[in-house]
Design a protein around this ligand. Sequence first.
Ligand code: ADP
Ligand code: GLC
Length: 507
Amino acid sequence: MKILFATPELAPWMKSGGLGEISWSLPAALHEAGLDVRILAPAYAPLLAAFPDARPVAEFAHTGGNLMPARVLEAKADNGVPLLLVDCPGYYVRAGNAYQDGEGNDFADNHLRFGLLSRIAALLASDASPLRWRPDILHCNDWPCGLAPAYLHFLEGRTAATVMSIHNLAFQGIFQAETLDALGLPAAAFAIDGVEYWSKLSFMKAGLHYAQRITTVSPRYAEEIQAEEFGYGFAGLLRWRKNDLTGILNGIDMRAWDPATDAYLSRRYEFAHLKGKEANKTALRQRLGLAQEPSCPLLGAVSRITHQKGLDLLADIGEELAAMPAQLALLGTGDKRLEAALVALAGRHPERFSVTLGYDEGLAHQIEAGADIFLMPSRFEPCGLNQMYSLRYGTPPVVRATGGLSDTVVDCNEATLADGTANGFAFADATAQALLDAIRRAVAAWHDKTLWRKLQRNGMLVDFGWARAAEAYKGIYASLSKQKKAAGTPRQVRRDRTDSGRVQLPR
Ligand code: ADP
Ligand code: GLC
């Protein structure tokens, strides 16, 4: 089975969160599971720099609407997975991250930038592709790829079956209705049964409507998004499509996140030798200028500083934490006002709290290893990766019971301690008080060394590898490709192909 995995982010070159990591490790796992998978991503500057020998394999002089022309470059990642890079410097070579400039403003032409990514994905997954390699399945990730199933719907000839994966339904790719033309979509697409969303155009809606299957990144989130609170306007559509919707828990990169081999750590460790973890705490405190207080637990957090992640709740209980006492090592970036509140808190308690603003891979690993307790008070969390890293690093997490956090963290109580599943602390309400209560429970447990070791053990021994998820995706791909075969003969091809292999597309 041949899979084209389309994504707007690809770690380590372009990553603003979990999607970048998943886009690297899931295709790798599918490749290991024997599938012929290729990653399609924009040729951002760091990717062009990392693969200077990438060679052009296709050229699209006309991509439709006002979309810029583009080439497709092919390279091979060192794990053996081929990369197809959409080369269009006018769209993708800029300062900033995948979506925003250096000041945190969305690029004004994001509809075109990700319209092109979606368009090229669709072309490569159809008879319009000049490549010999033709996918059976086009796997689209989050709103930036959401138009691909819509484009495919309106392309003639044989097309791949489509899977749309939701990593975060709060980001929906909503643009003015007038962008329809510029994106090269026919007027017929602008309908309730199409890309239209409250009189605007939504890339996410397009994906959720036109894709044959929908997945999201945890079973609990798959349930939650069918209710209004987490459905962000799509609950009705998702309920209507519930038979096509599956929640598959993400895995983690077990090689990159392994305390026994992690090169960012000052001492490596495993469950049988947890002394090494203590050395990491000492080093972390030293690096961050925190007091070395043996009887004071160190709380850690690595996160986008946003409303989603509930860090405002943490800011609200700063004084109570200082008095507990507990220390805090926080790394993140995001909302400027919230950043300022957290920095002010650290300023009031320099020996207890450290807030590092910015993106720092090494420090993220050191916090996972050096902290005693990890915090994720997310209001919603489609999957979440850090709680799995923290479990693996022997740093029991305190989480709000939502989405993937619910599916991975088992609250510590008598029953879960007895059956050996307890691995952290979960609270229900998104309030500062509920977070504080859960942290108090965790700190009390931390003072009981025997109990704490049990929790650490239960977390460290869970297998969060990708094999299980890869099998689940494989099952979905297989069922789609069976359906496709059963559907019979392809639709008639209507397009002009120039002899250079370039494709002239009907508008
Ligand atoms: P989301 O994608 O919603 O931000 P995830 O938990 O899925 O949340 O993934 C976040 C990833 O990004 C984790 O690997 C986390 O360690 C990393 N990360 C987030 N913020 C930072 C930061 N400031 N520095 C380094 N890594 C970060
Ligand atoms: C999104 C979600 C996060 C998830 C990640 C990868 O960024 O916010 O919960 O882990 O995607 O699927």
